[in-house]
Write a protein that binds this ligand. Sequence first.
Ligand code: PHE
Length: 452
Amino acid sequence: MESLQNKKERAVFATKFAAVATTVGSAVGLGNIWRFPYEAGIHGGGAFLICYMAFVFLIGVPVLCSEFIMGRQTRSNIFGAYRKLHPRRPWYLAGYIGILASLLILSFYSVVAGWTIEYFTSSFLGNLDFSDTATGHGQFMEMTTGWRPVIWTIIFLLCNFLILAGGVTKGIERVCNVLMPLLFVILIAFCINSFTMPKFQEGLSFLFRPDFSKITPSVLLGALGQAFFSLSLGLGCMMTYASYFSNNTRLGRTAVTTAMLDSLVAILAGVIIFPAVFSFGISPEAGPTLVFEVLPYIFNQLPGGAMWSSLFFLLLFLASLTSTVSMSEISITYFCEEKKMSRRKALTVSSLIALCGGLLCALSFGPLSTVKLGGMTFFDLFDYCSSNICLPAGGMICSVFTGWYIKRSIIQKQMTDHGKYRFRMIGLLVFCLRYVCPTAIFLIFLNSIGIL
Ligand code: PHE
């Protein structure tokens, strides 16, 4: 069934399921399965998890609601949304933060997604040999360093291009509807398998037993960035998706469902990774390569390991595509609607920009590993600037704008679907948007640059 109907002006998701599946499709991706475990690993496990969960629900959900409200009310991209709601002030400039963030994220995300394709093909062809740590490590280094990642990054960006060239209607959704549930089932199966790991207990206490003394400014900023990254928040992505929601998609419910499913997937990933990390004697602080270093050992232990491994990396690759498709949409709609380019041209321009960024990031683990700006490789820098700076800043602007400048009647209308449902928490939502979210984000920023 085609769940998007192309109306003359703008497509609309036909079912509520499609709306949830698409937002979850955007939110769930490498952020949960690759980025969450590695961020939790370098930031002390439990301490990070607790801050992350607090930020998802205290800041993430209200900001998600505000993006939904702005998107569906105006039925436009981030620029159009700010402009329509406040034509006389340059709030729309926040859109540039979104575009910058989306291009930076697309660049490094494509590299990691490229690794997943490489892992998929190697496992499928039976070449992934992680039978002992020495060969495993050697293979891993060969796959992620050097020039090879460049090819996979290009292949990934090409897949992204092809899906997008199919248009909003055909491309995005078909993939989401079928595959997200399958990924979920497979993650649960691997979680159960985790119970058999010798250091299962140790892994779980690392993740779930918070050591509050480990909460430092960098843990707070990291957790905030991860919450925004994982929920695809702060760059207008959810705003654009909400502009395709039908008038009876319940915004509050969709926001909470998305946040819950998204965090659940991240926690499942943690439960899979950390017992294995301790059991195989790998450091939880390995950084961006952690998951790719650990997972093959897990698969290797399973009967039919190559099959599990291929299936898993295939699903992870597809989950990454549903996320990159959503972030690419930001720059494409910008070039189309603001710069009046044709969709194909807009797509080509943004893919080329992402390709240049992607090449820098792909080489960051090999030939460019010594090129550092502010102590970070291109890969780390792109990740840090987008997740820890642009996204929270974009979210802060969106929350202040919705809290202070959008009429309460509009918020009421959107949150109740034109009065069809009751939404009792409007006061709380506005309070969070006006005070809690902006203050919290601002304090975390100050804290991280050492002012607080
Ligand atoms: N939320 C996605 C993930 O977890 C990443 C993403 C970020 C997607 C920003 C869109 C916009 O993988």
